[in-house]
Design a binder for this molecule. Structure first.
Ligand SMILES: [Zn+2]
Ligand SMILES: [Zn+2]
Length: 384
């Protein structure tokens, strides 16, 4: 037995599961295979029930004391990324162009380990829900799970999730009340004029000048700025105009922009400003804007953060250094509007390649301390 209460054989089984998940990654929204693998791993741990197909391929594994008490949710993500892995590892992805380069395979293995622990240490009050959530990378999964009518019966009193963090000393933990990850949204702007002969562009209406004005209007928001309540960032992600033909002055243009702000209110104000800019520069070009990949800010509740810090001290994990909130978004933020939650960061090591880097691989040695931490949080919440 180690400090998680798992036997060496169980730790080995969880690490093997992590490698199987890593070798067989699924893209956002298509995670049925991954969910089935987790279901089969956790079925022998005798959960009260398993809910499948939540918000897509989502899986909720529920351990029930049969007594009144708090419902605690721990969450991991099912999805991988559309990137070609370059780790050269024995357990590297067998699916071309798809890879677990954000460590979601490790997060799932941690919850699987927690399931093994719950088999030996079932809740004495309330319930524990292990949620394996789909489509985190696109920002759609958490919302889809929350909107699934079957989720109402699982509405947690507490919700906890971790994300491993390369660049943070291995095994250290960072958590703070308030905003933990920024809000963001993708805007797809289309402009539509009228084609003309390239020799007579004045007879048509090209979106070229408007496109240039839009790019210039975004420029002041495109540089890095200090993190704080006024933080804003606009990143130009994709441009397209006309057709590749020298004889035609173009009619159509399309711009993809990601807006990011400190919190939900900041993002709402930023988006309203950019929409005004688009309406102004797009006059006569029927400007249209559609929203994509919207992430709420993740806002940590003080009481949930207290539980994480108490568990951190009990398990003996050092304080990690990590600037909060992080600029990237996390769709766990969707839960902060519904429940007391804490999202925290666990150091994956200073020399670890960055998240989404083709050479990244989740460090297996993080699994045991993370299971110990989550099981300690469960003990504390249950004790009240
Ligand atoms: Zn990611
Ligand atoms: Zn991630």
């Amino acid at each position: 037995m180690d400090r998680t209460g798992l036997t060496p054989q169980e730790v080995t089984a969880v690490i093997q599961l992590r490698h199987q998940l890593h070798a067989n990654p699924d893209l956002s929204g298509r995670e049925a295979g991954t969910a089935a693998r987790i279901r089969e791993f956790l079925r022998p741990t005798a959960p009260a029930h398993i809910l499948e197909g939540l918000g897509g391929a989502g899986l909720a594994v529920v351990y029930d004391s049969g007594q009144p008490g708090p419902r605690v949710m721990f969450r991991a993500e099912l999805d991988a990324l559309p990137i070609v892995e370059q780790t050269g590892l024995a357990h590297a992805s067998c699916r071309a162009g798809t890879a677990h380069l954000c460590g979601h395979d490790g997060h799932m293995a941690i919850l699987a380990g927690l399931g093994l622990w719950l088999e030996q240490n079932p809740p004495r009050a309330g319930q524990v829900v292990l949620l394996f959530q789909p489509a985190e990378e696109t920002g759609e999964g958490a919302r889809a799970v929350l909107e699934d009518p079957r989720f109402a019966a699982l509405q947690p009193d507490w919700a906890f999730a971790l994300h491993n963090m390369p660049g943070m000393e291995f095994g250290t933990l960072a958590v703070a009340p308030g905003v933990a990850s920024c809000a963001s949204v993708g805007l797809r702007v289309t402009l539509c004029g009228r084609e003309a002969h390239a020799a007579q562009p004045e007879t048509g209406h090209s979106p070229g000048a408007a496109l240039a004005s839009l790019i210039m209007a975004l420029a002041p928001h495109s540089a890095a700025q200090p993190m704080g309540p006024g933080f804003r960032l606009a990143t130009l992600c994709h441009l397209n105009m006309g057709t590749p033909a020298f004889g035609i002055a173009p009619a159509q243009a399309e711009v993809w922009i990601t807006l990011r702000a400190y919190d939900d209110a900041g993002l709402e104000a930023f988006e309203a400003e950019i929409r005004e800019v688009v309406a102004r520069i797009g006059q006569g070009l029927s400007p249209q804007i559609s929203r994509h990949d919207h992430f709420h800010a993740s806002v940590n509740a003080a009481e949930a953060v207290d539980h994480v810090i108490r568990a951190q001290n009990a398990v003996g994990l050092a304080q990690g250094s990590f600037p909060m909130p992080m600029r990237p978004s996390e769709d766990f933020g969707a839960f902060s509007r519904k429940t007391r939650m804490a999202l925290f960061f666990l150091g994956a090591g200073l020399d670890q390649p960055a998240l989404h880097d083709p050479a990244y691989d989740f460090p297996d040695a993080l699994i045991v301390p993370a299971v110990a931490l989550f099981s300690q949080i469960q003990r504390q919440v249950q004790a009240g």
